[in-house]
Design a protein around this ligand. Sequence first.
Ligand SMILES: Nc1ncnc2c1ncn2[C@@H]1O[C@H](COP(=O)(O)OP(=O)(O)OP(=O)(O)O)[C@@H](O)[C@H]1O
Ligand SMILES: [Mg+2]
Length: 260
Amino acid sequence: MNNKGGAGKTSTITNLAMSFAQAGRRVLLIDGDQQANSTEVLANGKKYHAQYGHTICDLYTNPRFSISDAIIPAVSGDEAVGNLFIIPSDPSFERVMENCLTRHHREKILFRHLQPVMDRFSYIFIDCSPGLNLSTTNAAYTSDHVLIPVDGGSFSLTGLEVVLDYLDEIRETRFTRFSVFRNEYNGAKKKMNAYLHEQLANNARTRDHYLNTRIRADENISQAQVACVPLWYYNRGALVLNDYRALMRELETLFSAGEA
Ligand SMILES: Nc1ncnc2c1ncn2[C@@H]1O[C@H](COP(=O)(O)OP(=O)(O)OP(=O)(O)O)[C@@H](O)[C@H]1O
Ligand SMILES: [Mg+2]
């Protein structure tokens, strides 16, 4: 999550999910964003996925929908990506969410659908849209842990604050199960890096949640997205893949220490 658009939510979660899958974890990635960017990358460019099969829209329109029907293997081209499954999104999800706005318990829609399949996956990731819409609310209600990317500008700090306040509101407590990390890190931008580090490391709210792993700036990320394939399939020599693996290891250490 980050309330700022373009902070790196989709790039991080698609590549992190790949890292976990390659490490032998069974992973489900739910595309909770009507922009359907994760779907584009992990479903061979099929952004308008409602044309091809079930999507997250079905979860939000039909309380009796069987979630298993919307879970499909992630692919690179025609090749299935082992251990990685997705629930695709579709641009029509925006309208679907609007139609849910008068439903009772609408913040629990995803949580309720997920119950029967929770045990089938080691990890379930949700890619959020930039806005605090109903899908983000459901992610905030459901998640054990929230990952917040901060890119190279100061606006994502504002987006981070907004998300933290929102999490507190939805969870009705001071929500502490989150991690903040730097994305699109460029070591040459010394002043900006020092500023962001100071903000994240000294802020009482974030200092204990600030990850060591930084995801470097790497052109391969956007190139793979243009090609609509996961980065590992696009260029398995891309250095940033090491960062996603490091992020995976840091998170697994956190989780095994009891920080869900
Ligand atoms: N580490 C990185 N290095 C280089 N480019 C990056 C990096 N992370 C993200 N980008 C690029 O920045 C742009 C925004 O990234 P991304 O789509 O992941 O952000 P987002 O937070 O999901 O955006 P939105 O809020 O629209 O969902 C994309 O073009 C992506 O390729
Ligand atoms: Mg995105």
